[in-house]
Design a protein around this ligand. Structure first.
Ligand code: SF4
Length: 279
């Protein structure tokens, strides 16, 4: 079977709801994908974070007093709306903390170029070594000092970091990076930074995490080979699902009481207006 590449978003979608995965990866109905303003804010943040490092001058920053480094970093990002301005400031302060830590530890200008500036940003990666080719887009990769390895970083602009879920997401990237020759040392760490809530988390990958990602992918490949239908996971997230019309208001039966009340109302309205095939 010649399958198109599986992205991290597909894998995470399968974990959240196998039916949504079936729609997005296999059935691909012609639907208008829902895009939130929060997603636009996230995209803008990613772009600006990348440009900030492209413009960052290590020698200038080294010449500044520690308390002026956040202002310098913020000046490398544009004026913006209140929401993004707060995120840019949080990011500037977070990166200034990293920079100041390096300076106080005795990093030279060369060390800063090597360990403060990411070695890659917004990197497209792929690997054809599994049953289905994997594809991903890594936000950022940093070289770790002393430990001879790399750290893969995700930016999130949510209101809460879900660490167990994120561990699987970045494990997907480590799986590709550690089996290809994009990097000359292994990815042994991962981190996540959320500028909305100014939270940072860093940890070493455990062999168990990487094995769990591998097993999860193999289970998914087997399920794809076995064919559908894939089970629904009805949760409040259905309210934001782009496939709700196809999934919940199609021809087949779905028990009303399993739906969140907002979806029941939507279903009843559709039946009343006759805008969809009657369930
Ligand atoms: S509407 Fe809900 S159950 Fe159906 S595909 Fe979307 S998330 Fe899954």
């Amino acid at each position: 079977m010649n399958m198109h590449p599986l992205r991290k978003s597909h894998y995470m979608q399968y974990r959240r709801c196998p039916k949504a995965f079936e729609f997005s990866y296999i059935i691909k109905p012609d639907v208008a994908y829902r895009r939130s303003s929060a997603a636009d804010v996230g995209t803008e943040f990613h772009t600006r974070a990348q440009f900030m490092f492209d413009k960052f001058d290590v020698e200038v920053a080294m010449s500044l007093a520690n308390e002026n480094v956040p202002q310098y970093i913020r000046s490398l990002m544009p004026d913006s709306t209140d929401e993004l301005d707060k995120m840019f400031w949080n990011f500037a302060k977070h990166e200034a903390r990293r920079f100041t830590f390096g300076k106080q530890t005795g990093y030279t200008v060369d060390d800063m170029r090597k360990y403060f500036i990411p070695i890659a940003q917004e990197l497209e990666i792929d690997w054809e070594g599994m049953k289905i080719p994997l594809k991903g887009h890594v936000d950022r990769i940093d070289r770790m000092k002393r430990t001879n390895c790399y750290c893969v970083t995700e930016y999130k602009t949510s209101k809460q970091l879900k660490i167990p879920e994120l561990r699987q997401e970045v494990g997907f990237y480590a799986n590709i990076l550690n089996n290809t020759d994009y990097l000359d040392m292994p990815v042994n760490y991962w981190s996540v930074y959320d500028p909305r809530i100014d939270q940072y988390h860093l940890e070493r990958f455990s062999p168990m995490t990487l094995r769990a990602v591998d097993n999860g992918l193999n289970r998914l490949f087997n399920k794809i080979a076995d064919g559908g239908p894939f089970p629904r996971k009805v949760t409040p997230l259905c309210l934001w699902c782009s496939f709700d019309d196809e999934c919940l208001y199609g021809d087949d039966e779905i028990e009303m009481q399993r739906l969140p009340s907002e979806l029941i109302k939507k279903k009843e309205n559709k039946e009343f207006s006759g805008s969809k095939t009657k369930v």
